[in-house]
Unconditional design. Structure first.
Length: 545
């Protein structure tokens, strides 16, 4: 009898222990699943849809092995678009989830801009920061560098980078550009001759600054070591995430693939001032960019692989007038335009100007080796990240981005029913929504071209009725549909109605902002006005966070 009681007691203790263990394990799973995810957004500059190996399987150059791997282990989005085809408007729309006609940013800010993204606008870093996220940014900002307009006043706890494009200031050892700009401290007479020869100016008076938080730490910066600085800072932020014990957002706005390019070239390329014309500089820059992405991915995988979304995309298409230093639009050639003169990439609403290579990676959440053709925009980053973080955006404004979390996580192929592409300088009024996409159709109410590699620029043309292309059968946008066909008439009617609805919606939107584009020479970032090119070097003060 005593043995039976003892057996029952031991059995009960064992079952109780197993039950407690099970409850404990179940509780751990609940805690893990309720953790807020980390976000790493990587934004390449002036990158072409055809620059990534995964978008050109016939090309065996293997320039982007780490991005290839990220796509194999994650998701490739084939119909993803930058919100605009120039820098500032695209970045503003990504951060706010709103078209430029709403957020006020319709063209680029300058070196001497006194303002930037209107302070009335709310960014997703601000909202994540308020929700308990540690937020950091590395790279190009280009949304205002003075006072309240800088990154650390727009939602970022930490910032290291360049306030605008990397060609908007001189450096001591210039990178590869076309035309080549002189280094800082070049005599004025020589600068004038270079300007005259190139038919465009170079930023020779102000050195390109590197800013940490709100202080200039190096001016002019060293283009040739910038990638390693970004890599070291990004990996350090990721590794420090564990000690901080809070979710994080890391927004990395790369200098690649904007000119001037400053890669380490293969040994067979002579290190002279003569620029190779065979594309090896661009290929080397792609590999350098890819290596940086690979280092970020590896650091993330080591620290919190199952809880971190990495989203790689671009701010607009390649800068075609830079010839061998510009990327590839892939099959999106804009032939209707190029046959009439001018370029059809950056600064235009042709597909090459805004369709950008995009990869999303999240082990255990995003199914591996998948491709999705959903029609998406960089504006969707705003809505999607907030949704995944469980953060509700302010209800006092209207948004244009959609929640793409089901596309990322569950393979849903429903994106935008209509997506508008704003004019960015080559034609029409800045920000004007004159190009519309729905399904496989794309309509142009106005066409125009940017400067091509050869220097030609196409004329601006108004189209009433609009040009409509079937992108499923005509990726090169060469031959528009015949106006008299029932297919054209049905599509044109749907697009016209939706365009009128959107324009009315914006006109009646009380949250529309207006950007101040005024400039003043004193507003240019300068750490030491007594030195030519504002020269200083405070690199030793970089805390690296």
């Amino acid at each position: 009898m005593a043995e039976s009681i003892t057996f029952l007691l031991l059995t009960g203790m064992l079952l109780c222990g197993l039950l407690l263990h099970t409850v404990s394990q179940h509780g751990a799973r609940v805690d893990n699943s309720s953790k807020k995810p980390n976000f790493i957004i990587i934004l390449a500059d002036d990158i072409g849809w055809g620059d990534l190996d995964i978008n050109k399987p016939e090309d065996k150059t293997n320039s982007t092995p780490y991005l290839n791997l990220m796509a194999e282990q994650g998701l490739k989005l084939t119909d993803f678009h930058s919100p605009a085809s120039t820098c500032s408007p695209s970045r503003a729309a990504i951060l706010t989830g709103r078209y430029g006609l709403r957020n006020g940013v319709t063209h680029n800010f300058a070196v001497g801009s006194v303002a930037g993204l209107p302070v009335s606008e709310v960014t997703f870093p601000q909202l994540l920061q308020e929700a308990g996220y540690y937020t950091a940014m590395i790279g190009k900002w280009h949304l205002g560098h003075n006072g309240p307009y800088g990154p650390t006043n727009r939602g970022f706890d930490y910032y290291l980078g360049i306030p605008y494009s990397n060609d908007m200031g001189c450096t001591d050892v210039s990178g590869y550009n076309l035309p080549q700009c002189p280094p800082c401290d070049t005599p004025r007479s020589q600068v004038f001759r270079l300007k005259k020869k190139a038919h465009e100016g170079c930023y020779s008076k102000i050195g390109l600054p590197l800013i940490e938080n709100s202080s200039i730490v190096e001016q002019p910066l060293n283009l040739w070591t910038l990638t390693e600085q970004y890599k070291a800072t990004a990996t350090r932020i990721i590794r420090n995430a564990r000690a901080r014990q809070q979710p994080y957002l890391l927004y990395i706005a790369l200098a690649h693939m904007h000119v001037p390019l400053a890669p380490t070239l293969p040994p067979d390329v002579p290190a002279t001032t003569h620029h190779p014309s065979d594309g090896r500089v661009y290929s080397a820059s792609l590999r350098e960019m890819d290596s940086l992405v690979g280092a970020i991915k590896m650091a993330s995988d080591d620290i919190d692989e199952k809880n971190t979304l990495i989203w790689f995309t671009g701010d607009n298409g390649p800068w075609e007038q830079k010839c061998q230093y510009a990327g590839s639009v892939g099959p999106f050639l804009g032939k209707w335009q190029t046959s009439r003169g001018g370029g059809s990439a950056k600064r235009t609403t042709w597909e090459g100007g805004h369709r950008v290579p995009t990869v999303a990676y999240w082990p255990g959440r995003i199914p591996p080796n998948t491709t999705n053709p959903a029609l998406l925009s960089g504006m969707d980053i705003f809505t999607t990240l907030l949704s995944l973080a469980g953060v509700t955006p302010p209800s006092d404004r209207r948004y244009d981005g959609i929640d793409a979390s089901k596309v990322l996580l569950h393979g849903e192929q429903i994106g935008h029913e209509f997506l508008f592409h704003p004019n960015s300088g080559a034609a029409g009024v800045f920000g004007d929504l004159q190009t519309v996409r729905t399904g496989k159709y794309k309509a142009y109410y106005i066409t125009g071209a940017a400067e091509s590699c050869g220097g030609a620029t196409g004329r601006q043309l108004l189209h009433d009725p609009p040009l409509i292309f079937d992108l499923e059968h005509d990726q090169a946008e060469e031959t528009p549909l015949e106006v008299r066909t029932p297919e054209y008439q049905a599509v044109a009617k749907r697009i016209a109605r939706r365009r009128e609805e959107l324009l009315w919606d914006i006109a009646t939107d009380n949250s529309v902002s207006t950007a101040d584009y005024s400039t003043d020479e004193s507003a240019a970032p300068c750490c030491n006005a007594r030195q030519a090119a504002c020269r200083c070097n405070l690199q030793g003060q970089l805390d690296g966070n």
